[in-house]
Design a protein around this ligand. Structure first.
Ligand SMILES: [Mg+2]
Length: 227
């Protein structure tokens, strides 16, 4: 039985109309004078810190703590501006699926497992009234590598639930092959959703426990009880 459910954010919980990528580009331009710094980089399933490191490398900028801090301060302020007018929303099926989980006789603990830095995650989710639905999470501030972020999310969830969890008591929900891999890295079950751009067939090829077009296609009972 699943006791902890960890959600990815972009393409899984919300669409932000590319607000994150736009905020990245604007921050790179304003702070470092880089034009089109995001053009060469693939964002899906990545962590913010690893993306910045890759862009710094491409552009010959020193990956110093000062430069990371400078970038992220600008990114957060750009994201705050851009998110207001973004065309986006909760991904299809998210709200009913959340309510379905919360209405269980013994609802699982819900958390975030994301490559966003925490402030970015908060800005994106608050825009669509979703932030307060997740009492905890693990973020790119916690670690640069997604599999390590998953391990930290598992630790924090276990602590909240009062003891260690077995892998089959944890469910990771995400929209990319990288989410499937990071769920497997902590021994969790994985539900893949094709709401983020990766086609259902591609997700299926990575053998998640479930793969659905969107969260309206699956019930809490199905995934929690393994029925
Ligand atoms: Mg995603």
């Amino acid at each position: 039985m699943i006791r902890l459910v960890l959600f990815d954010i972009d393409g899984t919980l919300v669409h932000t109309g590319g607000a994150g990528v736009k905020a990245f580009a604007r921050a790179l331009a304003s702070e470092f004078g880089i034009q089109d710094g995001t053009g060469q980089v693939k964002f899906g399933g990545r962590t913010d810190v690893s993306l910045v490191r890759e862009i710094f490398r491409n552009e010959g900028i020193e990956a110093s703590p000062e430069n990371f801090a400078r970038f992220f301060a600008a990114y957060v302020s750009c994201l705050r501006e851009i998110i207001v007018g973004c065309k986006g929303g909760a991904c299809r099926g998210v709200l009913p699926f959340h309510d379905d989980l919360a209405a269980r006789p013994q609802p699982p603990l819900l958390g975030l497992l994301t490559g966003n830095i925490q402030q970015g995650a908060r800005i994106k989710l608050e825009r669509f009234q979703l932030w307060e639905k997740f009492p905890f999470g693990a973020f790119a501030d916690d670690h640069e590598e997604r599999d390590q972020i998953a391990a930290i999310a598992l630790q924090r969830g276990s602590r909240r639930l009062g003891g260690p969890l077995r892998g089959d008591e944890v469910l990771v929900i995400g929209d990319t092959p990288l989410d499937i891999r990071c769920g497997r890295s902590i021994g969790a079950k994985v539900l893949a959703v094709a709401t983020g751009g990766a086609p259902l067939e591609e997700l299926r090829a990575h053998q998640p426990d479930w793969a659905v077009a969107d969260l309206s296609q699956v019930s809490a009972a199905e995934v929690l009880d393994g029925a």
